[in-house]
Write a protein that binds this ligand. Structure first.
Ligand SMILES: [Zn+2]
Length: 260
């Protein structure tokens, strides 16, 4: 973990420090090597939260966008089960950053446990995932909406394990490196797959990192799912309507791209 209690203060790992686990109160050893980011570990590599994964620089860079009092927040359920949420916003929404592979069963268990949560998935871990997404699949844009896309075959461009979540999943295909070979319109974006389908379509929203970070600070729900669904339904209805228009009836009146 990133923090442990040292003299009753949440502290980051530093050479030779000894601390106490925030979850189980056992002794923690500061690991300050060169292979992994500095962190705290239980003695003997035991871990009191089975959901905890070793952090990468990617995790840390993301967490650094949020105040330290939002990071590594212990959550309990009514049965006394405890887990450490990566980030919990001031409005109580949990953000889980996932780098390694996550079995579907554990993914569902976490969604049930945290309830009000969203995922950020490291889309850079597997080169093929990124390549497949950039190849584009069969995305088409929602009429009259900026940054919203639909597909009937999300499996053609996104990793299968994340397709049927009950919470929004934001794919980060860029990490924090300089973008390589990304078309400019795709740079700096997170791609958010909404839960469920609308008229058989999976919905993807492209949002900028800065929008996401700002939204986490200001909105109760970082991804305004109801508003997006409304815009998508309106776009689909408009498309049906425009297909039904008689030929030569003139161009559709200009309508501005919707904001959500
Ligand atoms: Zn512990």
């Amino acid at each position: 973990m990133r923090r442990a209690l040292v003299n009753n203060e949440r502290s980051e790992a530093a050479p030779a420090l000894v601390g106490q686990c925030l979850v189980c109160s056992q002794q923690m050893i500061a690991k300050c090597g060169t292979q992994r980011v500095w962190h705290w570990a239980h003695q003997g590599n035991r871990n009191c939260d089975p959901w905890w994964e070793p952090e990468t620089l990617w995790h840390r860079r993301w967490k650094d966008h949020f105040p330290s009092e939002w990071q590594e927040i212990i959550q309990h359920d009514e049965k006394g089960e405890k887990h450490v949420a990566d980030v919990m916003t001031g409005n109580g929404q949990v953000i889980e950053f996932q780098h390694s592979h996550l079995p579907a069963q554990e993914r569902t268990a976490r969604e049930t446990f945290y309830r009000n949560m969203i995922w950020i998935v490291d889309g850079m871990r597997l080169k093929n995932d990124r390549k497949r997404f950039l190849a584009g699949g069969k995305l088409f844009s929602v009429p009259f909406a900026n940054g919203l896309f639909l597909t009937r075959s999300p499996e053609s461009c996104l990793p299968a394990v994340w397709l049927n979540c009950t919470k929004p999943v934001l794919f980060d295909f860029e990490g924090f490196a300089a973008p390589d070979g990304l078309p400019p319109e795709m740079q700096g974006k997170l791609w958010c797959l909404l839960p469920g389908r609308i008229d058989g379509h999976a919905v993807l929203a492209a949002v900028s990192r800065s929008w996401f970070i700002d939204s986490a600070r200001t909105r109760e729900q970082i991804i305004p799912m109801d508003a997006i669904a409304w815009v998508v339904r309106r776009g689909l209805t408009a498309r049906r309507w425009s297909y039904a228009r008689p030929p030569h009836s003139g161009p559709a009146r200009g309508r501005r791209g919707a904001k959500y």
